[in-house]
Design a binder for this molecule. Structure first.
Ligand SMILES: NC(=O)c1ccc[n+]([C@@H]2O[C@H](COP(=O)([O-])OP(=O)(O)OC[C@H]3O[C@@H](n4cnc5c(N)ncnc54)[C@H](OP(=O)(O)O)[C@@H]3O)[C@@H](O)[C@H]2O)c1
Length: 286
């Protein structure tokens, strides 16, 4: 299997490379080596490497900054994925693209299914939704995986932010009224690898996230509990605050738990066991 990976330096990109099956050949690219918004460059890369599979781990992921950078967010999250979807179709390669729980408005009370109505609250969510639509419009065999609250040992994420802020602070305010499922990027990578090796997987949208729903506050508590067991020197008191007390440029869904039944039916994929993943990677981060 020849895999063209974009966004290779991001959280998912790095975790995907770590889990590449033996014997697979990978061409890992990042913003500097393959700008996915450059259509000619994308087609040239695919023409020369001739992948069997293209995995798009590249994205504009700065949720708040996107509110003031909507053009670049749209280029990376809509035009880039469409270029890759077209190039994959043209060269008969499988294509996997990643999207987000932020395509939903968070007014649900039960986990979101793939077929539920979308209604993004901000520019990032809107560009990711438009990205899904443009990918599937040009390539209906593309696999689009919506995931949520991604963390890993790489890049920027909530776990790293908490551990950084926890040093030298006596207390930290963390939001209690937004609920979702943390997802370990390594588990997303494993799910992608399982899915693409199945012959009977149809193109379309699949939800994939962690197996236990929490608030950001509860996630922070779990992080500090684990870090303490691993010898972390910080010991901030984690205080629950509301979204209103922590205003951000982009609104976030209050509830963004994803129903993962569809992806679980198609293969032996299990939801991300994020607590085990946290226990495994935490000592590398403190
Ligand atoms: N992080 C989350 O909590 C979360 C939640 C739900 C869904 N997702 C989705 O999951 C996927 C993976 O997220 P992640 O957390 O691994 O993202 P990430 O760590 O931010 O990595 C994204 C990568 O894309 C690269 N990139 C940006 N613009 C590019 C361009 N024009 N051409 C090529 N590469 C470009 C970035 O490079 P630079 O750093 O050099 O810009 C970065 O290495 C994304 O589709 C994201 O939307 C993430």
């Amino acid at each position: 299997m020849r895999v063209l990976l974009t966004g290779a330096d991001g959280q998912l990109g790095r975790c995907f490379q770590d889990r590449l099956p033996v014997g697979w050949v990978i061409r890992e690219t990042d913003a500097k080596t393959l700008d996915i918004t450059d259509c000619l460059a994308v087609f040239a890369e695919v023409d020369s490497f001739k992948p069997d599979l293209i995995v798009n781990a590249a994205a504009y992921t700065a949720v708040d900054k996107a509110e003031s950078e909507s053009e670049i967010a749209a280029l990376v999250n809509i035009v880039g994925p469409r270029n890759l979807a077209n190039a994959a179709l043209n060269s008969n390669a499988k294509f996997v693209h990643i999207s987000t729980d932020y395509v939903f408005d968070g007014n649900a009370v039960i986990p979101y299914k793939e077929t539920d109505v979308t209604n993004p609250l901000g520019v990032y969510g809107q560009t990711k939704l438009d990205g899904e639509l443009s990918v599937l419009a040009v390539n209906n065999s593309a696999i689009v995986i919506r995931t949520a609250w991604v963390f890993s040992e790489y890049g920027n994420n909530f776990v790293k932010t908490m551990l950084r802020l926890g040093i030298g602070r006596t207390s930290l305010g963390v939001v209690t009224d937004q609920r979702g499922c943390p997802t370990y990027a390594g588990d997303i990578a494993k799910a992608i690898l399982l899915l693409v090796q199945k012959e009977d997987v149809k193109g379309g949208i699949y939800h994939y996230c962690g197996d236990k729903e929490v608030s950001w506050f509860e996630f922070a508590e779990a992080i500090f509990k684990q870090a303490k067991m691993d010898g972390y020197s910080g010991s901030p008191e984690v205080k629950g605050i509301t979204t209103v007390e922590y205003p951000t440029p982009a609104a976030r869904p209050k509830y963004s738990v994803l129903n993962c039944q569809k992806i679980k039916k198609y293969s032996e994929i299990k939801e991300s066991d994020w607590q085990t993943a946290l226990a495994t990677i935490c000592n590398k981060l403190i």
